[in-house]
Design a protein around this ligand. Structure first.
Ligand code: ADP
Length: 489
């Protein structure tokens, strides 16, 4: 639901009932009425009654009202004081003030009964917000009744009327006018106080609303940006997937043909030629691995990888992974110690993906362990795993290599992250192996951890469940690298 902009309390014309705390104000009015024994009515600019405290005149007015003509004249008089102009017109006149200066806006409205009303506008910052009606009172100088009363009915008994009118407060008009001015001052103070309170609270509300709107705008912009970033990310992943796929085909041919040349299938080659061709083959293999990793990660990021779990012999998975890195380990004189349990380890897994997990961990171990180092691979039997809260097994790959500083141990699982980017030149790789490991292990419902310290080797442990929760799972994208501080978007 959209809301139009709210009119500010600073622009809006305030009403009397907004400015006054009506219950408190009514108490003040009551106090005045009791003190001066003259009724007070307060109306807002639309004629709505804010206070109406009567005193003394009820019996007299009731008597006059009991005559049809009295009723009609009375109604007219009430209309005059309530809704008529606050000006000396339509039967009203300027008040009789003995010594004091005229009171702005104050008018006297004589009633046909001889009683009188005083009317005073309530103004605030130049606007008329309503009026105060003081009365009726009996003018001090009044003797007997005017003709306008006696005309009401031949049945009207003057003696009775006289008796009843005695209960109405008798006072000089100028005195009542002064009381009225006094009342108006009190009212002014209350209105000013009310305005301050109202403005403070309303401005506070408005400020909060403005802040909320700004926050909403920002949230909206962020979510739009997020959508754009996700789309860009998807395009990047799709692009990487296509490019790496397209690169793989010719690269496989390059490797295949150089292998044939090296084998002498196209005729004998000199020793030097043979070395060159083998270098082409080696570099081709490295490039192929890199391209395969990029393809894997981009497919994971694009959400295109599904794991299919089937009952598997985990010992076989570990053994075949170890065999695939054996040649590199041997080249560096690294000892491979493989500790497997005596009993079979049967669990459901995506065999190819799990093999890739172990191969990636082993390839890193070989890469980051100096010559003549040692790598220990341990597979545990199936047993209760605290990390998973269910039964599972652990594959641990430990090396005696360069180790990983504590503050880097979480980051190395992000894609394209390397502890030392210059290591790319020394050790090769693109920082994708562990991101793939993490995605695949978590896809199985497992966890991967690292224990290491610089110079003291590293131990990677993959804890995997015996039975993944579902037979098939679409794996979530890996953690993206955290942007560096000045990398704003
Ligand atoms: P890379 O292709 O660079 O090996 P990985 O994602 O496999 O990418 O590893 C990320 C980084 O983690 C490596 O560049 C390296 O700095 C560090 N690392 C991973 N395995 C080891 C290890 N066994 N010993 C020391 N550092 C390691």
């Amino acid at each position: 639901m959209t809301q139009g902009p709210r009119e500010s309390v600073l622009q809006r014309r305030l009403t009397l009932s907004e400015l006054l705390d009506v219950p408190t104000f009514t108490e003040v009015v009551k106090g005045f009425v009791e003190l001066y024994k003259i009724g007070i009515k307060v109306f807002d600019e639309k004629g709505g009654k804010l206070a109406d405290i009567k005193i003394g005149n009820g019996d007299f007015c009731g008597y006059v009202f009991s005559f049809p003509e009295g009723r009609s004249r009375c109604t007219k008089q009430v209309g005059r004081v309530k809704d008529g102009p606050l000006a000396p017109t339509q039967g009203a006149r300027l008040p009789l003030l003995d010594d004091s200066a005229p009171i702005k806006g104050l008018v006297t409205s004589p009633c046909f009964t001889g009683l009188r009303y005083l009317l005073l506008p309530i103004t605030f910052e130049g606007d008329v917000l309503g009026r105060v009606v003081f009365g009726p009172f009996l003018p001090a100088e009044q003797k007997g009744f005017p003709e306008s009363l006696t005309e009401v009915s031949a049945q009207l008994e003057i003696g009775r009327a006289q008796e009843l009118v005695e209960k109405v407060r008798r006072a000089p008009e100028s005195t009542v006018a002064r009381v009225m001015v006094h009342f108006a001052q009190v009212l002014d103070t209350l209105v000013a106080q009310g305005q301050r309170t109202l403005l403070t609270s309303q401005l506070h509300i408005e400020a909060t609303l403005v802040q909320n709107r700004e926050l909403e705008d920002r949230a909206q912009k962020l979510s739009e940006m997020n959508v754009k970033l996700k789309e860009l990310d998807r395009l990047k992943s799709a692009f990487l997937a296509t490019v790496s796929h397209e690169l793989r085909t010719p690269l496989t041919s390059i490797i295949g043909y150089s292998e044939m040349l090296a084998e002498g299938l196209a005729g004998p080659m000199s020793q030097e030629q043979n070395e060159y061709v083998r270098t082409i083959m080696d570099k081709g293999e490295t490039l192929l691995k890199l391209i395969s990793s990029i393809l894997d990660i981009s497919q994971i990021e694009a959400g295109r990888v599904r794991l299919n779990f089937e009952p598997s012999d985990i010992i076989e998975v570990v053994q075949s992974s170890v065999s695939s890195v054996k040649p590199q380990a041997q080249k560096k004189g690294i000892t491979l110690d493989v500790q497997l349990p005596k009993e079979p380890v049967n669990a459901a897994c995506d065999r190819d993906r799990l093999r890739q997990v172990v191969v990636n961990l082993l390839a890193n171990a070989v890469k980051f362990t100096p010559t003549n180092g040692k790598i220990t691979v341990i597979l545990t039997p199936v047993s209760a795993q605290d990390d998973l809260g269910k039964k599972g097994y652990r594959i641990s790959v430990e090396d005696s290599g360069i180790g990983i500083p504590k503050d880097q141990q979480e980051k190395i699982f992000q894609s394209f992250y390397q502890v030392d980017s210059s290591s790319t030149r020394e050790f090769g790789g693109a920082g994708l192996g562990l991101a793939i490991v993490k995605s695949f292990v978590e896809g199985h419902g497992g966890v991967v951890k690292v224990v290491s310290a610089p110079g003291q080797g590293a131990r990677f442990i993959a804890v995997l469940p015996e039975k993944p929760a579902t037979p098939q799972v679409q794996i979530a994208p890996p953690v993206q690298p955290t942007p560096v501080a000045n990398d704003r978007f």
